[in-house]
Design a protein around this ligand. Structure first.
Ligand SMILES: Cc1ncc(COP(=O)(O)O)c(C=O)c1O
Length: 314
């Protein structure tokens, strides 16, 4: 990847982007024994602010715990390191990628004697599924790959190794000419996109799959549920059948990278009118207002970063 910022935080130190290297015998490189987060910070009237920072740090630590990794820093230290990294890199809006992983140690599957290393990188990153995708919706395809079930891994953990599943679905969707793949769970019920949760709207009612469908519990999903309910909609967390995707009036996806992106076509069927519908647009507008600090109601979701930028001249 091209240089995205000056500095990367590694195990407590800020190092130059080009010097942030790991050993080839890093355990996580061989066996996927890492956990991570995707976090975003936005420019707001109060300065650069990290969206739902504490929730991301909590999920990072929960993922680590599920894979028996003791993070060698406290939650406060990780959060402070992230704010410092953004400030020191002078980033006004960015994507943040903290990774906790098993480093180089004894080879073999047993990981508990390997060190637990941590890095945090940040860089500017535009809309993951494109600005046009966010505005007009994307074309999605149900994947032939099923979401890794909780009988095999822990879908609620954001573990690096588990992402080979999403990678296969992403490649398949791309090769077939679609912007995103939708994975079903092992029962054949709708689960989520390769890196986004899914919402289906029919007759003004909103439904989204829950834990029984082996989802990753998205923080954007939780935000969208709260916003929709605050707007007066009913959100049902329930199993969603594949057939409902073709009968839906509207479908949208949520994720830190993709933010709130409508789906305009599912398996070559237009979703509703083929354009983002009114419920999607209402929730999306309120969500964008929350992200960019234009909403008092959701101001508590923003963790403002101290920057050393000079105060404006008076
Ligand atoms: C598989 C998967 N599902 C859902 C999400 C959405 O989660 P969040 O809104 O917390 O970014 C992500 C992204 O983190 C993901 O990778």
């Amino acid at each position: 990847m091209e240089k995205g910022a000056d500095l990367i935080w590694m195990n407590g130190e800020l190092v130059a982007w080009d010097d942030a290297k790991v050993h080839v015998l890093t355990h996580a490189l061989h066996y996927g024994t890492g956990v991570f987060e995707g976090v975003r910070a936005y420019e707001t009237p109060r300065g650069t602010a990290i969206f739902r920072h504490a929730d991301h740090v909590d999920r990072l630590f929960k993922s680590a715990q599920m894979y028996f990794m003791d993070v060698p820093f406290s939650k406060d230290e990780i959060a402070a390191a992230t704010r410092d990294l953004i400030g020191r890199n002078g980033l006004r809006s960015c994507y943040v990628r903290p990774v906790v992983y098993r480093g180089a140690g004894p080879m073999g599957l047993y990981p508990l004697d390997c060190p637990v290393d941590v890095f945090i990188a940040a860089w500017e990153w535009g809309a993951y599924l494109g600005d046009e995708g966010k505005a007009k919706g994307v074309r999605a395809k149900v994947s032939s790959w099923r979401r890794l079930p909780s009988s095999a891994v822990i879908p609620a953990a954001k573990a690096t190794g588990q992402y080979v599943n999403s990678v296969l679905a992403k490649i398949e969707a791309d090769k077939a000419g679609y912007e995103e793949g939708i994975l079903l769970d092992d029962r054949g019920m709708v689960c989520e996109g390769t890196g986004e949760n899914l919402f289906v709207i029919k007759d003004g009612r909103i439904a989204t799959p829950g834990w029984s469908a082996d989802i990753l519990g998205g923080i954007t999903r939780a935000s969208a549920i709260q916003i929709a309910e605050d707007l007066g909609y009913t959100v049902e967390v329930r199993d969603v059948a594949r057939g409902e995707l073709y009968m839906a009036d509207e479908i949208f996806m949520t994720g830190t990278a993709a933010e709130l992106t409508p789906i305009r076509e599912m398996d070559d069927h237009p979703v509703g009118t083929g354009e983002p519908g009114p419920v999607t647009l209402e929730v999306q507008t309120a969500f964008e207002d929350a992200l960019h600090g234009r909403s008092d109601r959701y101001a508590g979701w923003l963790d403002v970063v101290e920057t050393s930028a000079p105060a404006p001249a008076t």
